[in-house]
Design a protein around this ligand. Structure first.
Ligand code: PEP
Ligand code: CO
Length: 471
């Protein structure tokens, strides 16, 4: 991670006392409470929630305002067509999954994908993990029915338990504190890995060690790492050993879903008076909570972090213009990232209208493709899954649409894990529907495994290079 205060900016470390209505955090942010908030848990004990948010409001920020501003600058480069965004990680992080081994495996995958993209597409890659805070999930149904028993849906470890029991499914505010602490340890390890030598490009081979032997994607990566080695050797022989190759700039992100939690982590930047949500560098508003007059958009509008919005196939140009006007009224490049998740079948018909509407209006945004969430279906075995070919097809559609519109295909947003799970079907090391039960471990949506993630990075690198005409 980058130095916390590279822009010389510090947050006001003394949080405000609890506000007049019992909630803690920065009182200027309270306007979201006047808007309808979708997807909030029904906490059984409001007093307990107030006590927890008061405690969270006293805890140190997880990220600094200067880091968030630096990410805004990086995303401005994406919006201008000078860089590419790689954003990815778990659909839902879990407390049990916040282990050193799991965090390292995800980081390894992200670093490997980034190397493939940087080298293969010759473009600077901005790296954001769906990590260190992705503990809450929106659900299409408030309850889950199994064998005639109906219980509240699992809403992520920050809210309730995954086990299908009445006790586990009761929302418990104490989980918000645990989400904060798991975010802190995850972020700490990521900062250590990315600045402490592990992310050094000279280690590109080492990241691949534990899985190269039996995977076509791993072997392809190994060849690329060999080329990088030779390039580094050449540079060294010429007397060049740039510091930039020794560390990696990595940012954290999650969906800003639980507004009581996000609000409690808001802090005022003492230099500028602007408010940052210090739970992560980048926050996004999900497809289910992006109503232009809803509480989530109002919250996102009020914070100075770079923000994203997910856009599904039902998005209309008018809705998009309303969102862009509210979330980025000053048209600041890098402030707003639009993450489209149309599905392979609709990306070529729906995305063009949205891209044209925004281009006509002149708002600079980073366009990013989430090729996962529009391509989920249920396999005969009952597993929620995604076809790798559909994921690639949506990506190809995304590139085609942006080429036709003359806009920049700015990046990808994906769900992956560092482990060899069997949750999505397809890939060069093929997983078929009958394999799904073998290692189906996700707490929510099906994720690409390490090999599928690398396959995807190679394909995206090729498409990007071809689209940009620099092959
Ligand atoms: C997600 O990113 O896990 C998610 C729920 O996405 P969306 O809001 O696009 O449905
Ligand atoms: Co998901």
């Amino acid at each position: 991670m980058t130095a916390a205060t590279s822009s010389g900016r510090w947050l006001d470390l003394a949080p405000e006392p609890a506000g007049p209505r019992g909630f803690a955090g920065t009182s200027e942010l309270a306007s979201w409470r006047e808007h309808p908030a979708a997807q909030q848990p029904e906490w059984p004990d409001p007093a307990r929630l107030a006590a927890v948010t008061a405690e969270l409001a006293q805890l140190p920020p997880l990220v600094f305002s200067g880091e968030c501003d630096q990410l805004t600058d990086r995303l401005a480069a994406v919006a201008r067509g000078e860089a590419f965004l790689l954003q990815g990680g778990d659909c839902a992080e879990t407390f049990a999954g916040s282990t050193a081994a799991a965090i390292r495996a995800k980081l390894q995958t992200l670093l490997q994908m980034a190397v493939v993209l940087t080298y293969g597409a010759s473009v600077p890659v901005v790296k954001i993990g769906r990590m260190a805070g992705q503990f809450a999930k929106p659900r299409s149904r408030a309850t889950e029915l199994r064998d005639g028993v109906e219980l509240p849906a699992y809403r992520g470890d920050a809210v309730n338990g995954f086990d299908f029991s009445a006790q586990a499914r009761v929302p418990d505010p104490a989980r918000l504190l645990r989400a904060y602490h798991c975010s802190a340890v995850t972020l700490n390890l990521c900062r250590a890995f990315t600045t402490g030598g592990y992310a050094d490009l000279h280690q590109a081979h080492a990241w691949n060690q534990d899985f190269v032997a039996d995977s076509p994607a791993g072997q392809r990566y190994e060849r690329l790492a060999g080329e990088i080695d030779r390039a580094l050797g050449f540079m060294r022989a010429c007397g060049a050993d740039p510091r930039e190759l020794r560390t990696v700039e990595l940012y954290s992100s999650h969906e800003a879903l639980l507004l009581d939690y996000e609000h409690a982590l808001a802090r005022t930047d003492s230099r500028t008076g602007r408010i940052y949500d210090t739970s992560a560098h980048f926050l996004w508003v999900g497809e289910r909570t992006r109503a232009p007059d809803g509480a989530h958009v109002e919250f996102a509008r009020s914070i100075a972090n770079p923000i994203g919005v997910k856009l599904g196939p039902g998005t209309t140009p008018a809705e998009l213009l309303a969102l862009a006007g509210t979330l980025n009224p000053d048209r600041q490049p890098g402030r707003l990232t639009l993450i489209t998740r149309m599905g392979a079948r609709q990306v070529r018909t729906v995305l063009p209208g949205l891209v044209q509407a925004l281009a006509a209006e002149g708002t600079p945004v980073a366009w990013v493709c989430d090729p996962m969430h529009g391509n989920t279906f249920e396999a005969p075995s009952g597993h929620k899954t995604r076809r790798f070919d559909d994921v690639l097809d949506e990506l190809h559609g995304f590139f085609e649409v942006h080429r036709a519109a003359g806009t920049h295909p700015g990046g990808i947003h994906i769900e992956f894990t560092g482990d060899n799970v069997t949750e999505c079907v397809g890939g060069s090391h093929e997983i078929v529907a009958d394999d799904l039960h073998q290692r189906y471990e996700t707490a929510c949506d099906p994720r690409l495994n390490r090999s599928q993630s690398l396959d995807l990075a190679f394909t995206v690198a090729e498409s990007y290079r071809t689209e940009r005409g620099s092959a």
